[in-house]
Design a binder for this molecule. Structure first.
Ligand SMILES: Cc1cc2nc3c(=O)[nH]c(=O)nc-3n(C[C@H](O)[C@H](O)[C@H](O)COP(=O)(O)OP(=O)(O)OC[C@H]3O[C@@H](n4cnc5c(N)ncnc54)[C@H](O)[C@@H]3O)c2cc1C
Length: 549
């Protein structure tokens, strides 16, 4: 094939992803020097279209970045007023009082927000400072310089032929070169994955761990709405089948975020995370809240859970990983947005110093030091044993020992457990179907619970059908020849958007990939037991169109 010719544009810093991490980096760079040339590229059709968090926001990141965010009209309108934690049984619940919880778990001072709207607001702040933001521009390739450094990205390739080749209607996109490239792609970023592998950034670290988070926005009866209330639950329906739990956040306008996270290290390939979420809404406490209301949006996204011991090295020549591209979620708090913001700020400060010293294309080691030794490191280190305890010893033991460990870390700055490892990655954790029994899930009733495809229509996801499938199978036979007999092909169940099906054709099973349904959660890239699925970015603008997730 003839070499593809592309226009190239030169910047000081090229930022991939307009999430809280990428936008914070852009804002901080321009605050430090308004002459710096900074570009942010976002695959969503607009900023916020692909953003999905809970979200209870700890404002410490925003405080550090834009101390006068209140005066500037940031959409943090719902302070947390009430914090509840329940252990669920099938027909009842027990409230765990707040006093045994370590102080770091307290949500007072935090805000219930739409992170999509927070990102939209941050993008406005960035643009006012002179940042160029291009939504609808997916970054599909990295460009390397002569010395092996990351020198830029290819963005904005549109109209590929169905087989992935270039045709007469293909726009080849452009090259964006930077003195430094920041990857703020969020969890399991496709370019971040390449960089981590190429430079061995995860060598010597524990494997990254993940959960899949599903979320619905409900408009509920105003009489039942309690603005500012935060509720978390554990226990039923997952019980010992998997780690995870729910969140129910009452924001403004009689809306409630109802979400459910399933840790992806579950063993039973018959487990169906989406149906666990649907079943959860029939718990009497939850059903009572939602009855008479309506679901107005649905979405899903993986969440990083490996924490401190899984965080890769953050820098390689010319490139830095920000936020959840490196996994900066504090798991027991289910919060990563504050660390995403702080990491963007720290990376920007390191790049500013480097550029001022006329450096480029090298490692921003000052950023690495800031993250590990500063506020982010402190936040993650304190809770580093909660996830491995849960994986090893189950919910009850981890609640007690994890609670004790957080207390001693929080108060005394030490752990009696050292740093526990995670063991296997989530794909390897899946056991063969022969060791497990299928799980019988109740049929959705169409009022509180919904079938997957109906719900996906509330993610407003769109992928041009003429485009190549962005979900690449390493070996096209593996789903049927290996995964089906060994694991009953769990892709049929772990995908919260119903992308993968096994159908019968001419009396034989066939694997179907409905890539049009994809909501960009990346669960398939993580959980496929054969590690045969690679999520790549489709053309810009494709994917979900979340309203105020
Ligand atoms: C269900 C759930 C609930 C959560 N609840 C909370 C909570 O209550 N509080 C909290 O603080 N945190 C919460 N989190 C965690 C939080 O969402 C993350 O920590 C945070 O989103 C990380 O920010 P980020 O900027 O690194 O990545 P993201 O927010 O994921 O942003 C990445 C952006 O980059 C874009 N992008 C990715 N790849 C490319 C590419 N190749 N080209 C162009 N654009 C690209 C994406 O479209 C996206 O807009 C939750 C997460 C989940 C899944």
């Amino acid at each position: 094939m003839a070499e593809i010719e592309r226009e190239a544009m030169e910047y000081d810093v090229v930022i991939v992803g307009a999430g809280p991490a990428g936008l914070s980096a852009a804002i901080r760079l321009k605050q430090l020097d308004s002459d710096l040339e900074v570009v942010v590229l976002e695959k969503g059709s607009e900023v916020g279209a692909h953003i999905l968090s809970g979200a209870v926001l700890d404002p410490c990141g925003l405080d550090a970045l834009i101390p006068d965010w209140k005066e500037k009209g940031a959409p943090l309108n719902t302070p947390v007023k009430e914090d509840n934690f329940y252990m669920m049984g099938e027909s009842g619940e027990v409230r765990i009082p707040n006093f045994p919880m370590p102080p770091l778990m307290n949500n007072h001072g935090n805000y219930i927000v739409s992170m999509g709207n927070v990102c939209r607001w941050m993008a406005e702040q960035a643009e006012e400072l002179g940042v160029e933001i291009f939504p609808g521009m997916a970054c599909s390739e990295l460009i390397y310089g002569d010395n092996g450094e990351v020198k830029g990205v290819v963005a904005g390739v549109f109209g590929l032929e169905a087989d992935g080749s270039y045709g007469p209607n293909t726009e080849p996109g452009m090259e964006l070169h930077g003195k430094y490239v920041f990857l703020g792609e969020g969890v399991r970023g496709s370019l971040s994955k390449e960089v981590i592998a190429k430079y061995g950034l995860s060598d010597g670290k524990e494997p990254q761990k993940y959960g899949v988070g599903m979320k619905e926005i409900w408009e509920i009866d105003p009489a039942k709405h309690k603005e500012g209330t935060v509720t978390h639950t554990m226990g039923w329906p997952l019980n010992s089948n998997a780690g995870g739990g729910s969140f129910i956040y009452h924001l403004d306008n009689n809306q409630v975020y109802v979400g459910f996270v399933v840790h992806l290290n579950y063993k039973n390939p018959y487990l169906f995370p989406y149906m666990e979420f649907q079943r959860f809404k029939h718990h009497p406490m939850v059903a009572e809240l939602l009855e008479g209301g309506k679901r107005v949006a649905y979405g899903a996204r993986a969440i990083t859970e490996g924490g401190w011991q899984s965080m890769p090295k953050l820098v390689a020549p010319g490139v830095a990983l920000l936020g959840c591209a490196a996994g900066m979620v504090n798991v027991p708090r289910i919060k990563g947005n504050h660390n995403a913001m702080l990491s963007g700020k720290a990376a920007a400060e390191a790049a500013y110093d480097a550029i001022k010293a006329e450096r480029s294309g090298d490692e921003l080691s000052a950023y690495e030091t800031d993250v590990r030794e500063g506020a982010i490191g402190k936040d993650l280190k304190m809770v580093r044993n909660v996830k491995p305890m849960w994986s090893k010893w189950g919910l009850t033991a981890s609640l007690m020992l994890g609670g004790l460990d957080m207390w001693t870390n929080n108060i005394l700055g030490l752990s009696f457990f050292g740093t526990l490892g995670h063991g296997k990655n989530d794909a390897e954790a899946t056991e063969e179907a022969s060791k497990h029994k299928p799980i019988d899930y109740p049929k959705p009733d169409g009022t509180l619970s919904f079938d997957r495809l109906t719900n996906v229509s509330f993610a407003m996801t769109n992928h041009e059908e003429s485009q190549p499938c962005h979900l690449h199978l390493g070996n096209a036979d593996t789903p049927i020849s290996v995964n089906l007999p060994k694991y009953d092909e769990p892709a049929q169940r772990y995908c919260p958007a119903g992308v993968y099906e096994v159908v019968e054709k001419d009396g034989k099973p066939e694997f179907v990939v409905n890539f049009q349904n994809c909501v960009h959660c990346k669960t398939c890239d993580i959980k496929d037991p054969s590690q045969n699925i690679t999520w790549t970015t489709p053309q810009g603008g494709d994917g979900p169109n979340y309203p105020n997730m």
